[in-house]
Design a protein around this ligand. Structure first.
Ligand SMILES: Nc1ncnc2c1ncn2[C@@H]1O[C@H](COP(=O)(O)OP(=O)(O)OP(=O)(O)O)[C@@H](O)[C@H]1O
Ligand SMILES: [Mg+2]
Length: 335
């Protein structure tokens, strides 16, 4: 059982999700039995090093993993009680963009270079609402104002390549929210932007979230960003969940050794005398994922049994859970 006191509070429930890639006769386990809930109105953060399965988990929620080579090998995804993995193609099409929207790291890839911003926004709006072209244009303009684009009338007439990365990401946020989705997935939405613009886009996402009440899954490898944005955080490693906890608790009292190392390896503020701790080793390739807990070869607290089986779910509090043999019954708790 996951810790969630109120069933109605859960918008998205993922249980034992397995998303594999069949490559050269091998099943590469990109998402390997992942369970979590996203509650209504919250921002749920997903963090972990590159390749740990954050994006594939997010894409799976919208059934956007290309199959083949991808395959949903097990588990369940329920959105507002509806079974996403069991939906027909028509049902999932109707859900995408309307009830769940996604924004990516590089907005240029999601925009069509040969159409104006206005054309593209109108199309998104008319896909989900019965309106005239003129009314759709007015709604599009309204959204460009909401996401605080300077000269919105001019932006409507512009082609994507004439806008800066930050402006394009504002357009994408407008496009993602224009249909009034219940869930917004933001996958590294600011990683491609420079630091000042990054801060502005994060502020915008927060403001839009407050205004619309949309629930959010926010993915990043940056714990600094996660602690600013998320109410709760899930730490992933090699397709597995390590720990899920409210953000402040996770940052102040990380329990899983991987979470602690991630927090300690954060780049320090300029002028800080604290030395940067790096995590020795690197994320294993899915081709030779270690048995048991995949983090054990890099874990300073590894015991013999860490190599033989993945640990059971351990509740460290009413809203804090982790998967680590050090906390399993009879396990040795370090430090
Ligand atoms: N089409 C594919 N075929 C085979 N393996 C894939 C495919 N797409 C993704 N993977 C693998 O799945 C794993 C998880 O990838 P994913 O993109 O979810 O990582 P991530 O945590 O989002 O990393 P990043 O921080 O770099 O975005 C990686 O090992 C990746 O190589
Ligand atoms: Mg990714």
């Amino acid at each position: 059982m996951m810790c969630c006191p109120n069933h109605d509070a859960v918008l998205l429930s993922v249980r034992g999700l397995k998303t594999y890639f069949d490559v050269a006769g091998m099943a590469l386990k990109a998402v390997d039995g992942v369970s979590f809930d996203v509650r209504r109105g919250e921002t749920f953060g997903i963090v972990g090093e590159s390749g740990c399965g954050k994006s594939i988990a997010a894409l799976s929620i919208m059934r956007l993993v290309r199959t083949p080579p991808g395959r949903y090998a097990g588990g369940e995804i329920r959105f507002g009680g509806r079974d996403i993995l069991g939906m027909s193609d028509a049902e999932i099409h109707a859900l995408r963009g309307r009830e769940i929207s996604i924004i990516f790291q590089e907005p240029m890839t999601a925009l069509n270079p040969v159409f104006t911003i206005g054309n593209q926004l109108e199309e998104v709006i008319r896909l989900h609402q019965r309106t005239t072209k003129k009314a759709a244009r007015a709604i599009a303009l309204d959204w460009l104002k909401k996401v605080k684009l300077p000269n919105p009338v001019e932006v409507l007439r512009s082609y994507p390549f004439t806008l800066s990365g930050g402006m394009r990401q504002r357009v994408m946020i407008a496009a993602a929210l224009a249909s009034g989705p219940k869930l917004l997935i933001a996958d590294e939405p600011t990683t491609a932007l420079d630091v000042t613009i990054q801060a502005q886009i994060l502020d915008l996402i927060r403001a839009m979230k407050d205004e619309t009440g949309v629930s959010c899954i926010f993915i990043t490898h940056d714990l600094g960003v996660i602690s600013e944005m998320a109410d709760r955080v899930m730490v992933m490693y090699s397709g597995k969940v390590c720990e899920i906890a409210p953000t402040a608790e996770l940052m102040a009292h990380p329990l899983h050794p991987y979470t602690s190392l991630l927090i300690n390896s954060r780049p320090m503020a300029k002028g800080s005398t604290k030395r940067l701790v790096t995590i020795p080793g690197s994320v294993p390739s899915l081709r030779d994922k270690p048995p048991g807990c995949p983090f054990h070869p890099r874990c300073p607290n590894a015991q013999n049994r860490c190599a033989s089986a993945f640990p059971p779910e351990y509740h460290a509090g009413s809203d804090h859970l982790l998967y680590c043999w050090n906390y399993a019954p009879g396990g040795v708790v370090h430090g």
